[in-house]
Design a protein around this ligand. Structure first.
Ligand SMILES: *Cc1c(COP(=O)(O)O)cnc(C)c1O
Length: 370
């Protein structure tokens, strides 16, 4: 007899998203007073002081519902990028926009979704959750994009193709001409979703992003987030920029108050704080350069990154596994990211920290690698 707890086939045996470890977990487990987290690509400077003030000021409004659809925030985001506000869909993190795009576009048993492999796991998870066919195309061995192989997997039933640029976990960022050629090669029935969670950290957006020329394309959606360079990961705020008719559908079906009132005021303040943004981008650039050169000196095989994290393998002659090095860092109070959930067990990913954190990581790693 069926239990009342039966779930859809797609949900049975579902594996949850694998998140980076938290500071509190590690403090407790290893009995440490100080723990550094360089695992989840968060902003090393924290949140902007203007944001903190805005959230404090708005705290008394916590009993109110936010304005459904966040029109004031959508307008500010649209102005920030120079696009029509009707093209903006805000969400509880860009994770929610990814979920909405898949659920709005892809019909189980009819459509398919195409991604590279490895990729940001949310695309895989939400596609599987919907019971929709997932087609994954291996990246090139050097983690550049095999466009031809991806194009070959796309047919008239491909509802969505997901690209992450700069990519996670490699940090690779293709030139915009490659993206443009790919977007133009697609059938009109396929939406190319370009996840630009880290694009503002690449140093030259015009050379890497189609966003400045968004209006020229009918089949692209671009995702951005306040979680990384804006330092608002814990408040959950992201958005998509997509053709107006599609944005309208997403706005109709999305839960009306998924972006809460504090996230809304925080996003608004974060966009205003130009100084904090400049300082963040400078901190990321300098930290990335330092980590790249010093990790390379330690013999690590580091991938070039256009983002606020670096992916690496240990030195060729290293007697320790990535697993052992990861644990040895934890024992020293430093959390980085293992990439087992990306099926890259030999690789590690390190988020750029502030200068103190970067140096602590380098010291600890030098010690561990001996
Ligand atoms: C961090 C990240 C996001 C952002 O997710 P939020 O839900 O906005 O916090 C999106 N895509 C990729 C590839 C990421 O690494």
């Amino acid at each position: 007899m069926e239990t009342p707890y039966t779930v859809r086939k797609a949900v049975q045996g579902f594996e949850a998203y694998s998140a980076g470890l938290s500071i509190d977990e590690i403090k407790e487990q290893y009995g440490l007073a100080n723990v550094i987290k360089m695992a989840s690509n968060e902003n090393p400077l924290g949140a902007s002081p203007l944001v903190i003030k805005a959230v404090q000021d708005a705290a008394a409004q916590a009993f109110r519902y936010a304005q459904s659809g966040n029109p004031r925030l959508a307008k500010a985001i649209a102005k920030h990028h120079g696009v029509n506000e009707k093209c903006i869909v805000t969400g509880n993190g860009s994770d929610e926009v990814i979920d909405l795009l898949i659920r709005c576009r892809a019909e189980a048993g009819v459509h398919n979704v195409v991604t590279f492999k490895p990729c940001f796991s949310l695309y895989e998870l939400q596609t599987k959750f919907c019971g929709v066919e997932l087609r994954q195309v291996p990246l090139n061995p050097d983690f550049t994009f095999n466009w031809a192989a991806m194009r070959a997997q796309i047919d008239n039933n491909t509802a969505l193709a997901f690209i992450t640029t700069p990519d996670n976990p490699s940090g690779y960022c293709p030139p915009v001409a490659e993206l443009e050629a790919f977007a133009r090669s697609l059938p009109p029935t396929t939406l190319l979703v370009i996840d630009e969670a880290y694009m503002d950290m690449c140093g030259d957006e015009a050379a890497h992003s189609l966003l400045p020329r968004f209006v020229e394309f009918k089949n692209i959606a671009i995702l951005r987030t306040f979680s990384k360079s804006f330092g608002l990961a814990g408040l959950r705020l992201g958005y998509g920029i997509m053709p107006e008719p599609l944005a309208d559908y997403l706005c109709r079906v999305r839960p009306p108050f998924s972006v809460n009132i504090l996230a809304e005021v925080a996003g608004y303040a974060a966009l205003e704080d130009q100084n904090f943004r400049k300082l963040t981008l400078k901190t990321v650039r300098e930290g990335r350069e330092l980590l790249y050169s010093e990790l390379t000196k330690l013999g690590c095989r580091v991938h070039q990154s256009w983002s606020n994290f670096l992916m690496l393998r240990l030195p060729e002659n290293c007697t320790k596994t990535a697993d052992q090095v990861f644990t040895a860092l934890l024992e020293r109070g430093i959390i980085i990211r293992q990439l087992k959930s990306y099926h890259l067990p030999e690789y590690l990913r390190i988020s750029v920290g502030d200068m103190h954190e970067n140096k602590a990581l380098l010291r600890a790693l030098a010690e561990i690698l001996g």
